[in-house]
Design a protein around this ligand. Structure first.
Ligand code: NI
Ligand code: MN
Length: 228
């Protein structure tokens, strides 16, 4: 069994009660964050790409807790240069860990670390297929819809998929409903739908698109959790 908790925007913890992962730990500066980076106790940190609302506090959390950062190679090396312990992977590759497995999927998006001065190349963005507690979870990261999502459940039948629905920078709800069908997940947690004006939408409208297709929509407000 697995517990997935929303910490706000696209940040989630995933735990089997023994090991805890944090996905896209954007807490500092996140208007929807339910805690700060100093409140997080985790074993692994999984940033999907270099954008500030995803890489977020990953390095600070890893350095404080001793957690290992699992990320695409270029982004992982960037984190290592700042002192973090890393386990680099790349698209299509994965690794086994004591808790299960992490595999990187493609994501159609940007991956650079953007500051006021420059944009640093930090590798391509990714999604994650996490196997833990006997469950497979797909965290899409920031991405547009792509047909190869159909391949994911052929190898790893999904208990739940965490899919962006907010449009502008990622899939909108209609594309995310198609994604949910491609992925054949039993349940979908919609994400990336509230923290900033351009992406704000009502996830209940997304539920209305996928629930008639027999896919459960689990809407997590920041601070809420669900078991799978
Ligand atoms: Ni992004
Ligand atoms: Mn984003």
């Amino acid at each position: 069994m697995l517990t997935i908790r929303s910490l706000g925007h696209a940040c989630y913890t995933v735990t089997d009660g023994q090991t805890t992962l944090i996905l896209d730990p954007f807490l500092t500066g996140n208007p929807d964050a339910v805690c700060g980076p100093g409140d997080v106790q985790v074993d692994f940190v999984l940033p999907s790409h270099g954008h500030s609302d995803h890489l977020g506090d990953a390095i600070e959390i890893a350095n404080r807790t001793g957690a290992t950062i699992i990320a695409p190679y270029e982004l992982a090396v960037y984190c290592a240069r700042q002192g973090a312990k890393i386990h680099p992977l790349h698209i299509g590759g994965g690794a086994n860990f004591p808790f299960g497995r992490v595999k990187l999927t493609p994501a159609w998006h940007g991956g650079g670390i953007v500051t006021d001065e420059a944009t640093e190349y930090a590798g391509p963005p990714c999604g994650f297929v996490v196997t833990m507690g006997g469950r497979n979870v797909y965290y899409a990261g920031d991405t547009g819809l792509f047909g190869d999502m159909k391949l994911i459940p052929q190898r790893t039948p999904l208990e739940v998929a965490i899919l962006p629905i907010g449009d502008t920078f990622t899939m909108d709800m209609v594309d995310a409903a198609t994604a949910a069908e491609f992925l054949q997940a039993k349940a979908v947690i919609p994400t990336h739908w509230h923290a900033f004006d351009p992406i704000r939408c009502d996830p209940k409208q997304y539920a209305a698109l996928i629930e008639p297709k027999g896919i459960k929509c689990v809407i997590l407000q920041p601070g809420e959790e669900a078991e799978f």
